[in-house]
Design a protein around this ligand. Sequence first.
Ligand code: NAD
Length: 267
Amino acid sequence: MKVAIYSNNGESSLEVASSLKKGIDQSDKLSIDGLNPEIVISVGGDGTLLSAFHHYQDISDKIRMVGIHTGHLGFYTDWRDYEVKQLVDSLEHDNGQSVTYPLLDIKVNYSGSSPSDYGLALNESTIKQISGSMVADVYIKNQFFESFRGDGLCVSTPSGSTAYNKSVGGAIINPSLSAIQIAEISSINNRVFRTLGSPLIIAPDEWVKIAPKTTHKTILTCDQQDLSTRVVESVEYRISKRKLAFAQYRHTQFWQRVANSFINEVD
Ligand code: NAD
């Protein structure tokens, strides 16, 4: 089985990556292949796993991900830095077991004649403004829904619902559901401006379009990336037909993972 190791540059991550490589080199069932891997192992934190996903985005339907965390407990990272031997053993006994998570399709339409761009997010995309309030029209399935005014909007996947979305009051969604969520980031609500004021969840056959009016100031993000290279006219979001697979060598029930990440004390 072909394995890629994607590490951040932290000292402990590089050490773990090196001992993982050694374990893989010593195995007659495994080999390192950074170009066409079947398994991608990220070594670092959730941010490293997000970067690994974007690095392999074009072949994301052909890979399964594994996350080793070298800092504090991550949401996508199941393996501890001292478990390299057990992980190599699990890789050698791999039988294709996996769990899949929905992804968010992003279509960015620019002002003028620039062609649209397409992106894929594992956590979320935000459309926001740093100074002044962002004014944007929100459409659901081509029907005008509301005119938003505030800091911005966060559109997240179920696995991303525990990230930025949670910080802005969104609900946590089990990733076994195909859904996307829109959560407001500091909306202005008074006698003049009115938004729904609560997060909303979009079904698989629906899509959302957000058209900012203050285009030159709009920032567009996709996971940890900034996509605001040109003036954004509108952004369309829908649940992707693609999903991201994680190799499921051990099973942590989703709500247990939520409890471990946010409530329980873990060493
Ligand atoms: P970072 O270094 O700013 O870390 C953000 C934190 O989010 C880390 O603790 C990370 O472990 C955690 N995180 C990432 N994905 C998660 C998930 N799916 N569930 C629960 N926690 C998760 O940035 P990074 O590590 O490069 O990660 C980028 C992510 O940071 C973005 O996708 C976004 O979700 C999140 N973020 C959150 C806020 C906020 O909560 N106010 C602001 C900006 C970005």
